[in-house]
Design a protein around this ligand. Sequence first.
Ligand SMILES: O=C(O)C(=O)C[C@H](O)C(=O)CO
Length: 270
Amino acid sequence: MEIRHATDPESVETATAAELRDRYLVTDLFAPGEVCGLYTHEDRMVIAGAMPADQPLAIPAWEAVGTPAHLDRRELGVVNLGDPGDVIVDGSAHKLGTLDGLYVGKGSDIRLSGEGACYLLVSAPADATHPTARFSRDTVEPLALGEDSRASRRDLYRYVWGGGHPSCRLQFGVTVVHDGSVWNTMPPHLHDRRTEIYLYTGLAPGDRVIHLLGRPGATRHLLVADRQAVISPAWSVHAGAGTGPYAFVWAMAGENTDYGDLQTVTLEQL
Ligand SMILES: O=C(O)C(=O)C[C@H](O)C(=O)CO
């Protein structure tokens, strides 16, 4: 498991491009037949990728987490980026189609199966057990955001966000950018009480999202390819423009589960 330490906003301004990638870009989460994990000390989130082959996969008991099983003291969000597959929680199978989500409560046993399925996993510390719940992109009513004339139209599917299914700290969902639009999260925002992870998906091999990070007035950028993620500390904006169609999974953890606890940043401030 890769470990990333928490970082400070000032160093973003003087970091080289390679240092920015080393600190904030996550590139190698998906390998066939494996569960690859990264632990960030930013709100102690774990981000992992699981690509089952002919055998179901379990989440390893990574030493960084320090418990006999990964979910002993954590809750988990799962989003399937690939072909449909089954996630088995405490013996019950939950079918996840492309971009469907699953919340898994603290203490559960989980197995990930389905050749062609590709699961993004995000976990955060938890001190209570909430029920496991499946979220289908076909039945969750999305928030319609942005405008065609600003190239920012997108549908935001909130799976766990404080206003529906309960969680301890975790929130997650999926945003799908409309064809012809390029921008996500513009104008951007900050949420001082939460870390956020963005995982871009659905990009063609030659396309990239140009993702902004850093404090307003001092932003830098990362070029992010398909199935790569960005760690966005509480002090950082997170917004991007794609050179082709894309969607992204967003996942947050921190002080509260109030999705609306954020501060919009104007373009003048940016
Ligand atoms: O397109 C968007 O706007 C988003 O998806 C915003 C994310 O949900 C987010 O940044 C939540 O803090």
